[in-house]
Structures are given as C-alpha cells and as structure tokens.
Design a protein around this ligand. Sequence first.
Ligand SMILES: [Zn+2]
Length: 92
Amino acid sequence: MSRHKLPKTVTTIIAAYGPAAIPNNTEYVGKKVYGRQGSQFENVAGEITGTSLCRLEGCGGTRLHVKWPDGQRTYPCGKGCTVKADGSLRIR
Ligand SMILES: [Zn+2]
C-alpha cells in the first residue's frame, strides 16, 4: 500500500473525537466576545477560555469556549463572529 495523505474527512473525524489533542488557539484565548448586535446581549462581554475545532462537518473553523458574566458557557464558531476594531469579537 502506498502512502497517501489522509483525506480531509478522516482528519476531521479524528479531530472531532480527540479535541483534547488540539491545543488552544492563542489567537483567540483571552479575547472578549460580545453578544449579537441588536440583541439584549449586545454589550455583554464574555471571555474566550479555550478553543477546539468546530464539529460542523466541513467547517474547519475554531470553536470558541466562551464564559459569560453569569457563569454560563457557550461554544460559538469563530467563523460566525466578526472582529471589532479593538480586536474583540462579536457574534453575528
Ligand atoms: Zn464552524
């Protein structure tokens, strides 16, 4: 059997089952995330405490682990966020 690069779908499946093997993306960790514009959370800032790969098939984005001031945690995809002028993010 010749050596081939693993097809992308296989690497995506491996990533989905071993998220702990993927280091936090330092580009995101520690940054603030604001709620959707026009929503009641527009001016509420959460903090990115870690990242993993987005599990949506074929997305390849970075899943953000966000801790909100009320202690709740959500996991939006980085591809669903816009970057504000100050470097913080906003959920679209
Ligand atoms: Zn995604």
